[in-house]
Every structure is written in C-alpha cells, then in structure tokens.
Unconditional design. Sequence first.
Length: 185
Amino acid sequence: MFYEVLGDEPVTPEKKAAIQEILEDNQAKKNLIVCSVLTHLEVIPSKIEQKKPGAETQYLGIFDGERFVDIEISRNILMRAREIREYYYRPADPEGGKPAKIMDAADAAHLATATIYNVEEFHTRDDDEKGFKVPLLSLYKWSGVDKICNKYPLKIVSPEHIQKVLPLDESQKKAGGWKAPRTSG
C-alpha cells in the first residue's frame, strides 16, 4: 500500500480514491492507521525514491505515533504469527501435483499485529497464491474459515471507492444507459 501511495504506482481510480479517503480521514482524526514495524523492512528506500523523489522522507514522516503508528514486534506477536503460519501451512501433495503452501513470515506478523491490537480492517492488495504463497485477500475463501486461525475476527479488504451512479430518467434506463450500482468487498 505504501508503494501505491508514495511511489505513484498505477492503480485503478477506485483504488486510488479509497486510499485517499482513508488518508484524509486519518488527517481528520477519524481513524488510526496501525502497521507492524516490519513495514520498514519491506519498503525499500531506493525503490520508492526511484518512483518518486522525496518519497522516503515522506514515508518516514507519516509515522507520528498518534494517528499513524508502527507497532514493535513482541514475543506475543511472534507467537501469534507462528500460530498463523502453522494454521495455514499445507504440505505438498505430489499425487495431486500441488506444491506446499506456507504464509509469508512478514504477512503472518502483519496479521498477528492486527489481531492482537484489535484492528477492524486489514488493508492489502495481496491475493497471490502462486507457488508456495498463501493469499491474503481471499484467505478465508482459500482456507474455508472466516476468521484468522478460525479464532480471531479480522476483516481483510482491498480498499476500493464505491463509484456513484448518476440518476438517469426512465428513457435512458430503457435505452440501456443504466447499470446497477457497484459495491466493493
């Protein structure tokens, strides 16, 4: 998400608008943005600077400790991350031709941080299940349970702004100019 915002990575207008709204709400003190300190390891300074000069300084400046906080990794977080990795681990199935699946350690730490700190929504664009990866956005569908480790409630979403539908008169609806409103989820 940081590369998307600070690195000006190309995303759909709906995704860009959703993140902008979240950040505006944060500035207005309507939300608290929480992330693991592992984020600092994942955001590579030269990569973000290459996309947008000054982005590294901007990135470091957003962590004010009041409305935008980075949570230190504690033993409790590591043990919860370990539990999460264990729960979602799937051994290889050579007969079915399926590789082993294991959640990335950093993803597990991010989920552990979110569940321990009772975060309402976990925002990500990660839905990659290629190779050994366990997807985040479709984690509940992939695993068949609707909570982290079937214990910890957490809404996992890819933020997208709902596009407004312009009201059309009946003649436009009949002519095919009307479409049902979109929802995100």
